[in-house]
Design a protein around this ligand. Structure first.
Ligand SMILES: [Zn+2]
Ligand SMILES: [Zn+2]
Length: 348
């Protein structure tokens, strides 16, 4: 008899339903993970709102923590003990394309084959179970709460971004936007020894940025971003600027706020994707580097799981609320509110 499991599936615009679907079985070289927490990322929120073109029904959830429930043939039972806490890297990478082979799994150009385990497409963190291979699993210590473990993926995205910025001790680092991703950038930049300057129009977000360690915050609707950054850096501009907002014009400002020899990181996706003007001669003469950062590599996933495991990053203040899987509809409705940070769907 086919075993079933519950899953919170997006079936229409602003509609997340609990469905009974096929429970996956671990095949050879696979591990069955019992999912305990899943944080709702912007991608799933956009799918819920219907603002991106998404094939429905869609089983989202890629910010996942859980425990090993069962192991398939060929998995070392000492390595993967039943009950071991893990984070799961659920976004596909093939492991053998040009980019995967040079450690840039986030740029993978491979295509997943049809997974017979999956009744409904999507990364699957909003189901009760999923199967993963060891390379997709990152061990977490017993004392790390599952809801913190669910931050492994978003934190890994930020680790990738911060590593690419090459922050040095004492650098002036500007973070534009103090949503969840901006705030994680503050935390990781502080660990790297930076002075962090946060531009954010919302007062509550600025307050939280301060609480989690930002050195300076300001309101870009009251003070000009570029002028403000220059005034804080003896007219030079910042050593590093991260744009975590989706606004093209702000990406343009981020470039202009960067000082000579600085690095500007285009962290967020931009909607709508309006081209911006950049002077190539200015890039030439300032040696400014304009850098992209998208999704996490396996290495940044590993670093992220270590930062959380060793309690070097504590995401507690970024959790706005927790909902059980059965209340996924409510969880999504809360997640899309502008005053929320991360909403966690729990199964404990
Ligand atoms: Zn995410
Ligand atoms: Zn690949």
């Amino acid at each position: 008899m086919m075993e079933k499991m519950k899953a919170a599936v997006i079936t229409g615009k602003k509609k997340a339903e609990i469905l009974e679907i096929k429970k996956p079985q671990p095949g050879k070289g696979e591990v069955l993970v019992n999912i305990k927490a899943n944080a709702l990322c912007t991608w799933e929120q956009r799918a819920f709102l219907g603002v991106i073109d998404m094939k429905l029904p869609f089983l989202g959830g890629h910010e996942i923590s859980g425990v090993v429930e069962e192991i398939g043939e060929g998995i070392d039972e000492k390595e993967y003990k039943i009950g071991q806490k893990v984070a799961v890297r659920a976004l596909y990478s093939c492991g053998s394309c040009y980019y995967c082979r040079q450690g840039e799994e986030n740029l993978c150009i491979g295509k997943p084959g049809k997974d017979p385990n999956k009744e409904i497409w999507g990364p699957g963190g909003l189901g009760e179970y999923l199967v993963a291979t060891p390379r997709e699993l990152f061990k977490l210590p017993d004392d790390l709460p599952f809801e913190y473990g669910a931050f492994t993926e978003p934190l890994a995205c930020v680790v990738n971004s911060v590593e690419r910025s090459k922050i040095e001790l004492g650098n002036d680092v500007v973070i534009i936007g103090a949503g969840i991703m901006g705030l994680l950038h503050v935390m990781v930049s502080k660990l790297k020894g930076a002075r962090t300057i946060v531009s954010e129009p919302d007062e509550n977000r600025r307050k939280l940025a301060k609480e989690i360690g930002a050195d300076i915050t300001f309101d870009p609707t009251k003070e000009d971003l570029i002028e403000k950054v220059k005034s804080l850096t003896e007219g030079r501009g910042a050593d590093v600027v991260f744009n975590t907002t989706a606004i093209a014009a702000v990406a343009g400002q981020a470039i202009k706020a960067t000082g000579k020899s600085g690095r500007v990181i285009m962290y967020s996706s931009i909607h709508p994707d309006k081209p911006i003007e950049v002077s190539p001669n200015w890039i030439h003469s300032t040696q400014v580097e304009i850098i992209g950062a998208v999704s996490p590599t396996i290495e940044s996933f590993q670093t992220s799981s270590i930062l959380l495991s060793k309690k070097l990053i504590n995401p507690e203040k970024l959790i706005s609320a927790k909902y059980p899987l059965e209340e996924a509809q409510k969880a999504f409705e809360h997640a899309v509110r502008p005053d929320s940070y991360r909403i966690i769907v729990t199964q404990e």
